[in-house]
Design a protein around this ligand. Structure first.
Ligand SMILES: [Zn+2]
Length: 52
C-alpha cells in the first residue's frame, strides 16, 4: 500500500495547531496564539482582541 498522496497531506496540515491572530489593546502588538488564556508576548497584557 502506498499513501503518498498530496490531497491527504493537505487535509492534515493544520492538525492540532489552529493558531488565531490577536491584537493587544494595550500596546497594539499583533501576534498569533492558541488557547483561551493568552497574554501579549510584549507587555503581558491580557486585554486582547481577535483579529481573524
Ligand atoms: Zn501588549
Amino acid at each position: 500500500m502506498c499513501f503518498v498522496d498530496s490531497s491527504t497531506a493537505d487535509s492534515v496540515d493544520m492538525s492540532g495547531t489552529a493558531m488565531s491572530g490577536y491584537e493587544c489593546n494595550a500596546c497594539g502588538n499583533k501576534f498569533k496564539g492558541m488557547g483561551s488564556k493568552l497574554s501579549c508576548p510584549t507587555c503581558q497584557s491580557t486585554d486582547l482582541k481577535k483579529t481573524d
